[in-house]
Design a protein around this ligand. Structure first.
Ligand code: S3P
Length: 170
């Protein structure tokens, strides 16, 4: 892995970006950036609170600003929020100085992983496979267009996904 390059893990909510980014950072020694956690820490509020008080657009602005900063700095493994690829400028910034890896998971896999979560405003009140399927279909072209590499995670052990990512970024 080039020292100054970023690795951006993208994919739908619950596809395993945070876990895989942590494992990848441990393995490579790169800095770990969890975008949602960073935004929450900087805002002093949870993602739910940011959506409730300021709306989704404000959250997306914070997200874009963070991607810009990460792209300038380099050298990190980044767990992106599931919607970070929605703005073309974010994808451009990711690609400036980084590699984008899409962790692909079926809606059923996602549902199993997130069904007890209450920290994702887009899924609060929409916690079902149908909604996840529809949102994923809407976003799929964006994920695919942003991805330098696609890794299917359904039914795989974490260590196997990690090996695949490592092969991709070497
Ligand atoms: C979002 C995904 C979330 C978080 C926010 C919006 C999305 O991140 O950024 O709730 O639009 O897909 P995770 O993918 O880490 O859950």
């Amino acid at each position: 892995m080039e020292r100054n390059k970023n690795i951006f893990l993208i994919g739908f909510m619950g596809c395993g970006k945070s876990t895989m980014a942590r494992l990848l950072a441990e393995k490579t020694g790169a800095e770990l950036i969890e975008m949602d956690e960073t935004i929450e820490a900087e805002a002093g509020m949870s993602i739910n609170e940011i959506f409730e008080e300021y709306g989704e657009k404000h959250f997306r602005d914070l997200e874009s600003e963070l991607v810009r900063r990460i792209a300038e700095k380099g050298g990190a493994v980044v767990s992106c929020g599931g919607g970070a690829i929605l703005r073309p400028e974010n994808v451009e910034n990711m690609k400036k100085n980084g590699q984008v890896v899409y962790l692909s998971a079926e809606p059923e896999t996602i549902y199993k992983r997130v069904r007890h979560s209450t920290t994702r405003p887009l899924l609060n009140g929409n916690m079902n496979v149908e909604y996840i399927t529809a949102l994923m279909e809407e976003r799929l072209p964006r994920y695919l267009a942003a991805a330098d590499k696609i890794i299917i995670v359904d039914g795989k052990e974490k260590q196997d996904v990690l090996e695949e990512i490592l092969l991709t970024i070497c």
